[in-house]
Design a binder for this molecule. Structure first.
Ligand SMILES: O=C(O)CCC(=O)C(=O)O
Ligand SMILES: [Fe+2]
Length: 367
């Protein structure tokens, strides 16, 4: 996808001097006001946005991917030591075959798919995703919360002394980038600058790289992550060394994403849909082995590089104890009734149950 890249540098240079009030802010800098409107418009029209943040370098991203490749290459028995089903997999590893794509279990999505033109339809997943995932909580946790599982202590695999530093430093950088986008989007939507970021404080943000074994699952058409939306506020991805992510724009168009080196891809999740009463909707997407993935597999084999496809995904959340409800003028929207007030943690738990990450058999044994 050839998308405009929004450079966050200009905003970062003067953000601290800006007023929180949207009207005053527009008067302070029309250039920034326009840029913020671009951000909110693109998020609304496409559900995705490519940004460049001078604080998140390609080298940082590489250091993170190198370590995750090393981890995912470990034997399954080793990785399963980091599995925490009783914490809804919200920390540690989620093995392949656990997370179920939303489109497999959500009738509303299935109805929409039936009327979609054939050429735009997603690949139909046959079952749970064959991807592994690691969940690492980033940023401060609340000392007091009704949702302890969502805010659990992190899990560190043995033999990775660099783990905490690498995960925290990349994770915090990605959160900083999301916070800037969230501020710019709020301004663009005509809300106070901190309308979203104030709700993100102490949120259960997760650095959540996926790991897909292309040696076993490298055939064209293999679905790594079936058609779904993300349940969080905004998702940010750094680069993956193997392509495969496709997104659906609001107009129904399907687009294979190419994130330029050194750039980051932001996607809208269900929580921003809630806060804007559907003005922004959660972006649908899938990860499937394509011809471009196969080309990348060939190249990586020739160069003796890892054949695990690692994504640099971070899920930014609204704080579990904060209430999700349409904000500011979005509360007046005719669609607001579809988005009743609900603690974010309760919403997340409902969504996790649908995609098999909460309330399964292993859970009942307290493992
Ligand atoms: O593996 C990827 O590139 C992204 C996977 C994804 O959509 C997700 O983790 O929700
Ligand atoms: Fe996703």
């Amino acid at each position: 996808m050839e998308v405009p890249v929004i450079d966050l540098s200009r905003y970062l240079e003067i953000a601290d001097q800006l007023s929180a009030d949207p009207a005053e802010l527009a008067a302070q800098s029309s250039e920034l006001g326009e840029l913020c409107k671009d951000v909110s418009r693109i998020l609304k029209e496409t559900g995705a946005l490519v940004v460049k943040d001078p604080r998140c370098s390609a080298e940082d991203n590489d250091r993170f991917i190198d370590m995750m490749e090393k981890y995912f290459e470990m034997p399954a028995e080793f990785k399963r030591l980091q599995e925490r089903p009783h914490l809804h997999y919200q920390v540690g590893v989620t093995p392949e075959g656990v997370e179920v794509p939303r489109s497999l279990v959500d009738e509303e999505i299935q109805e929409k798919l039936k009327v979609m033109p054939k050429e735009l339809q997603p690949s139909f997943p046959q079952g749970a995703d064959p991807k592994w995932r690691y969940m690492w909580r980033v940023g401060p946790r609340p000392s007091n919360t009704q949702f302890k599982e969502l805010n659990a202590e992190p899990v560190i695999p043995e033999g990775f002394p660099e783990w905490k530093d690498t995960m925290d430093s990349w994770g915090l950088k990605m959160i900083s980038a999301i916070e800037v986008v969230a501020e710019m989007a709020a301004i663009g939507f005509g809300l106070p600058k901190d309308a979203f970021t104030s709700l993100m404080k102490q949120g259960p943000h997760l650095l959540a790289p996926t790991g897909s074994d292309l040696r076993c699952y490298g055939n064209e058409g293999t679905v790594f992550a079936g058609y779904h939306y993300d349940l969080n506020f905004l998702t940010i991805h750094g680069r993956s060394r193997f392509p495969g992510l496709s997104i659906w724009l609001r107009n129904g168009q399907k687009v294979q994403v190419k994130v330029p080196v050194g750039c980051l891809l932001i996607q809208t999740g269900k929580q921003i849909e809630w806060l804007t009463a559907g003005d922004c909707i959660a972006g649908m997407h899938e990860v499937v082995v394509t011809k471009r993935t196969i080309d990348a597999i060939k190249l990586a084999s020739e160069q003796n590089r890892s054949l695990w496809r690692v994504s640099s995904t971070l899920f930014a959340h609204i704080a579990s104890d904060a209430v999700l409800k349409p904000l500011g003028h979005f509360a007046e929207s005719p669609l607001a009734a579809k988005y009743p007030p609900l603690p974010a943690g309760e919403f997340v738990e409902q969504e996790l149950a649908v995609i098999n990450l909460k309330g399964n058999k292993k859970d009942d044994t307290g493992r």
